[in-house]
Ligand binder design. Structure first.
Ligand SMILES: Nc1ncnc2c1ncn2[C@@H]1O[C@H](COP(=O)(O)OP(=O)(O)O)[C@@H](O)[C@H]1O
Ligand SMILES: [Mg+2]
Length: 372
């Protein structure tokens, strides 16, 4: 039985379930009518019946017994010494707690439940029948208490870990929030400069820079509110980034489609994909339809296979100028797109100059280093 309890503890059985298993196995092992796990409540200086077997309605989870030295359980808790009271009615060392009187209990055994830290409480078996608990019985009860003690310590440790993790996540969210705010601030300042600077060429460059910064900021916005602090939904993120782009590509229209409708993607890599899409869509907005307002720029996200995501940007416009070679282009956009693609270990298929319109296809590995 102790082995069974040990296995249950090691299997990570839920805490309260484990306590109830312990109470059941202990009572069975000692052929006792009742067993209970008492948890010390420092606030009330009482012992709560946290789990148990054999008790009537309204006991487990509610009833309390005294934790003072005059109560058998209290004595075990405070002295760490185990207690056997085989004749509670004649007992001079202790009073018989009300709960035991109500259930007609005549004999009880108590051992402390202790992990490494402060004691958790007491494990007690009770019986209303004749007979006596022996030292051998106490050894068994102690065995069960030791196993429970370890499980209790494990629980405490896990709770501390979880608390630390929660704190960490709150901090991380706070940092992401601040990064988002700072990015937005810088983006708006650049935008203000773009609309106030006289020179149209410079103004365009400044607003492009502003859009690039907001694109990054949006990712942190999602991280700040995301459960997963590493991944974000690439589709939702791209949809937002493209929404931000609409004013700058107007009068062209962006048509966005994604299958599947959501893709969890590492945030730092999603930012690079969005920056590339940003460049390609801005270009289509600037160059594809010089004299044709209201034309469409198609952006499609798909998963060609389980290891990759593809993002295509297509327009039916004038197409790339003949002889345009992205690798030789001195223009920032082309260089950014090339650099970011290689950073992603992504393949970017450029349209051929003689193609009608322009279709760019970016295929990105879903995970950081696919085959590495
Ligand atoms: N979708 C497109 N349709 C037609 N021409 C394009 C398209 N995208 C890019 N180009 C051409 O490629 C050139 C390089 O683009 P890019 O490197 O982004 O430079 P820019 O700073 O001009 O945007 C542009 O100047 C333009 O002539
Ligand atoms: Mg460009």
């Amino acid at each position: 039985m102790l082995a069974e309890l040990g296995v249950l503890a090691l299997q990570g059985t839920g805490f309260v379930d484990l306590l109830n298993h312990a109470a059941r196995l202990t009572a069975e092992g000692l052929q006792a009518d009742y067993c209970k796990v008492l948890e010390y409540l420092p606030g009330e200086k009482m012992l709560l019946v946290r789990a148990g077997i054999g008790w009537g309605e309204g006991v487990v989870g509610k009833a309390r017994v005294g934790a003072d030295l005059a109560s058998p359980a209290g004595f075990a808790l405070q002295t760490g010494k185990s207690v056997i009271s085989n004749h509670l009615e004649n007992e001079e060392r202790f009073r018989t707690p009300e709960l035991l009187v109500q259930h007609g209990i005549r004999r009880a055994m108590n051992v402390i439940l202790q992990g490494d830290g402060s004691p958790f409480g007491v494990l007690e078996v009770d019986s209303k029948s004749e007979g006596e608990f022996s030292e051998h019985d106490l050894a068994f009860l102690q065995g069960a208490a030791n196993i429970l003690g370890m499980a209790i310590e494990q629980q405490r440790y896990q709770r501390q870990l979880q608390a630390a993790l929660d704190r960490h996540q709150v901090l991380l969210k706070e940092v992401n929030h601040r990064v988002k705010n700072s990015m937005q601030l810088v983006g708006s300042m650049l935008h203000l400069q773009a609309v106030s600077v006289g020179d149209p060429e410079l103004s365009e460059r400044l607003s492009e820079a502003s859009i690039r910064i907001s694109t990054v900021g949006r990712a942190y916005d999602r991280l700040a509110y995301n459960a997963d602090y590493e991944k974000i939904d690439l589709v939702g993120y791209l949809r937002e980034v493209l929404k931000d782009l609409e004013p700058s590509v107007s009068p062209s229209i962006i048509h966005f489609e994604a299958t599947p409708g959501a893709i969890q993607f590492a945030a730092d890599r999603a930012i690079l994909v969005a920056l590339i899409a940003n460049e390609l869509v801005s270009n289509a907005g600037k160059y594809a339809y010089p004299k044709r307002p209201g034309e469409t720029i198609w952006v499609e996200v798909a998963q060609p296979d389980e290891n990759n995501v593809s993002v295509s940007v297509r327009d039916g416009g004038v197409g790339l100028p003949p002889g345009f070679d992205p690798l030789k282009s001195k223009r920032l956009g082309a260089r950014l797109v090339t650099a970011l693609s290689s950073q992603l270990d992504a393949q970017l298929k450029w349209p051929s100059a003689d193609e009608a319109g322009a279709t760019f296809l970016l295929v990105v590995p879903l995970d950081r280093n696919p085959a590495g």
